[in-house]
Design a protein around this ligand. Sequence first.
Ligand code: E4P
Length: 214
Amino acid sequence: MKIFIDTADVAAIREYANIGIVDGVTTNPSLIAKVGRKFEEVVREICDIVDGPISAEAISVGAEDMIPEAKKLAAIHENIVVKVPLTAEGLKTVKAVSQEGIKTNVTLCFSATQALLAAKAGATYISPFVGRLDDIAQEGMTLIQDIVDIYGNYGFATEVLVASIRNPLHFLEAARMGADVSTVPPSVLGQLLKHPLTDIGIEKFLADWETVPK
Ligand code: E4P
């Protein structure tokens, strides 16, 4: 499973990229707003840090505006993946720009039928939001299993990118289900890495090493 980092915080991206576990980055307008910097400047900096797919989201509503916006975003850097919402206008955009070789990430997916339509339109990635479904008492991970099954039935090339991950269990289940990608906030990446028994083990090994005659 590929790991994308779900943030526009360049310090956090650098920290985890330096460990060597980051395959790509996802951003959205809320994550960009959080860092309080100019959109294009942040996106360019992210592209310099991570050599992998970097999702940048279009904010247009109609396809007539979203298509030129997608082309403009894609021109920022060769690794840009244009994020579009799962609406009729978003799918029209996917259809139009994918024919020109522009990669797309269809976001705000909350049902398997939506995911099937995005794949038919030619999406590179589909982003089902598991945490936001859990928030309304629907099991988000059930949606991932449905999409993985449906894409498998028909051999769609669209990659399942598990989004809105809120805890390590989301990540673990995504891997068990064979999702292609998980996009993980830095805080959850930290939780995935740490284990108290690892820390206790290191402490004990180092203490015992002190007693070894030198
Ligand atoms: C990523 O592509 C999504 O925009 C993000 O995972 C949404 O996460 P949230 O539901 O925690 O805001």
